[in-house]
Ligand binder design. Structure first.
Ligand code: F6R
Length: 618
């Protein structure tokens, strides 16, 4: 069983590029059978990823029928009358632009009801396109970025659906996987850029989908589309071409996964899949936000200090956030665990309160947000779930765009919370004039590099797997760091304890000598975070302090380090980054360490004992 899971684990790493991040689900079918039931069945296979609304469009002789609803696919089905027809598209939506409502659910249709379209991804230049379309008389029914595409297709004078879609895609920027149908035509045109799309090949029927999982019951023969590629499928044919319309052929692949494997895209656990999705999650969270194309729209009013609140991993993100915000904006920032906030005396005069919660439903954080409002403070929520309870409590909302996180241990939501805090720090620093234009440019360029940096840590996952084999028998471990990497050590320890059941304790490295040294021995490994920054020399001192007590040190350093190997038992190096950003690659390394420790110890990784993904009790 263990060997089995390790084998698939490597398979997961192999497929990492292809399976980065799916925000929503797309399904399209054209054949000689009734489409409705087949499409709904495919769509149900995508339910495990989480979504907030769903919709379907079917082409039947001379008609285009559409049905959308919020909530589960079962709700959509209960409202559906039989829609006869052999071609159709459907979608599950995880809201990013616009609230989770029926109007914002996909598919979208044009003004004349001739075309229907589904879209995954984010169009960064949709606002000016939408304004022009409205000026030319188009009526929009949703708040989404996606709807512009279908009105642009309607306007296109190109002779057929394929050329219309290609002409529209030349005008849009951002990420997309789309599928489009047209009244009276048994064909689907689909295309992708930075959002996955796969073609399923059947007998006298063909499919498109955002995820192989959707298709496996009907076919295991697939063709992967790459960025800036498109396809036209009909019941009898598949034509693939680039965005200039130049045709190419690609041999289909046979997929050997079963449906359960496929839900995790070949990874043995959601947690590993989500760890590997982080480059993409960071990319999505930054999209449009660094170049001013998309502003998190809030006016924060008057305040002289900031208070960050959260629980667990979100609190740890807040602790990193304190350092980020103070460095970038010079605004004094304190942190507090949500459940403790109500007990703190009101000493500061109305700080801006930043509430971090990936689920947006954590009772302790909701209660703290209410308390903050009672105290007359403005609140900002940082959350991953559009329309969640915190978005109704807070004055302003910043969304992370990590996509649904299914593993109980927070990974990609933590990293994207850090991204939100960097963005918030930059914004506050700009407002307060606390950041030079040169430093601003440096930071922006460092942030743009983060997906690549994280990918490079992931490429070295095998080293963490070997380290985990070596240390799997530990009963207890310490994680130490300084400055920004003190909270990183807390988060590394939290991940380790919750999924591998090894007692992990995060500590500010300077505090070891004030008590915990008493616990160190050759059986107590210490993970020491030694980033190449102003903390380095002191961390080396702490490493020596630990090795003098015979504890093995696993040092996490940065590429180019020549010294760590002299003192530490084991060294794991991450790419060198500006010290402000060091928690990002380092936490990814620690997530992998925790994950492989849990694998070695045979733990139920995605559902650790006694803990829940969303904690709705105080
Ligand atoms: C740990 C973890 C928890 C959550 C905490 C808060 O991996 O996931 O510690 O961070 O329960 O949850 P949210 O962020 O939903 O408020």
């Amino acid at each position: 069983m263990e060997a089995e899971s390790r084998r698939t684990c490597r398979q997961g790493q192999f497929t990492a590029e292809r399976t980065w991040l799916y925000l929503c689900g797309i399904v399209g079918f054209t054949g000689n059978r009734e489409a409705q039931e087949i499409i709904l069945d495919c769509l149900r296979r995508l339910e495990y990823r989480g979504y907030d609304s769903a919709g379907i469009a079917i082409i039947s002789k001379g008609r285009l029928t559409l049905k959308k609803s919020i909530g589960e696919i079962a709700v959509l089905e209960s409202q559906l009358e039989t829609m006869s027809g052999t071609t159709g598209i459907a979608h599950t939506r995880w809201a990013t632009h616009g609230r989770p409502t029926t109007e914002n659910a996909h598919p979208f249709i044009d003004c004349k009801g001739e075309y229907a379209l589904v879209h995954n991804g984010i169009l960064t230049n949709y606002l000016p396109l939408k304004e022009q379309l409205i000026k030319r008389g188009h009526k929009f029914t949703s708040e989404t970025d996606s709807e512009v595409l279908v009105h642009m297709i309607e306007e296109s004078t190109a002779p057929d659906l394929k050329s219309k879609v290609l002409s529209v895609l030349k005008q849009v920027e951002g990420s997309y996987a789309i599928a489009v149908v047209r009244k009276g035509h048994d064909e689907i045109v689909a295309a992708r850029n930075e959002s996955p799309l796969v073609i399923g090949i059947g007998h006298d029927e063909n499919f498109v989908a955002s995820d192989i999982t959707a298709l496996l019951k009907h076919t295991n023969e697939v063709v992967y589309l790459l960025d800036k590629e498109a396809v036209r499928i009909t019941p009898g044919g598949v034509e693939t071409f680039d965005l200039n319309g130049v045709a190419f052929t690609r041999a289909p692949k046979k997929i050997s996964w079963n449906i359960e494997d496929a839900e995790r895209s070949g990874y043995p656990h959601f947690m590993l899949k989500e760890i590997f999705e982080q480059p993409r999650a960071i990319h999505e969270s930054l999209l449009g936000r660094l170049d001013g194309q998309e502003e998190d729209n809030f006016f924060m009013g008057q305040f002289n200090s900031i208070k960050i609140i959260g629980c667990g991993t979100s609190y740890n993100a807040g602790l990193v956030g304190k350092y980020i915000i103070e460095e970038l904006s010079k605004i004094p920032t304190t942190t507090q665990i949500s459940s403790e906030y109500r007990y703190s005396p009101v000493t500061e005069s109305k700080p801006l309160v930043v509430c971090i919660t990936q689920s947006g439903e954590t009772a302790d954080t909701l209660a703290a947000a209410r308390e903050a409002k009672k105290r007359g403070c403005k609140t900002i929520a940082i959350t991953n779930v559009l329309g969640s309870a915190i978005t109704r409590e807070a004055d302003f909302v910043m969304y992370t765009r990590a996509g649904p996180e299914i593993g109980v241990a927070a990974t990609k939501t933590f990293v994207t919370q850090l991204i939100a805090l960097y963005l918030l720090g930059l914004k506050l620093g700009t407002i307060k004039n606390a950041i030079s234009s040169e430093r601003y440019r440096e930071i922006v360029s460092e942030m743009r590099a983060l997906p690549r940096i994280v990918q490079s840590v992931l490429n070295d996952a095998g080293t963490m797997e070997s380290l985990a084999k070596k240390y799997k028998c530990a009963q207890s471990m310490f994680f130490i760091g300084r400055h920004l990497n003190y909270p990183t050590s807390l988060e590394g320890a939290l991940k380790t304890k919750e999924i591998s059941y090894i007692h992990g304790e995060g500590y500010p490295a300077g505090e070891l000598k004030h008590g915990p040294l008493a616990l160190l021995s050759k059986d107590t490994p210490v993970v020491a975070i030694c980033a190449a920054d102003h903390t380095y020399e002191k961390m080396l001192g702490n490493v020596r302090e630990v090795t003098a007590r015979d504890s093995p040190v696993i040092a996490i350093g940065m590429e180019g380090d020549q010294d760590l190997g002299k003192y530490a038992e084991d060294v794991f190096l991450v790419p060198k980054v500006d010290s402000l950003f060091s928690p990002v690659p380092i936490i990814v390394a620690l997530q992998l360490f925790a994950y492989y420790l849990a694998i070695e110890r045979g733990c139920p990784i995605d559902k650790p004992r006694n803990i829940a993904k969303t904690v709705t009790v105080e």
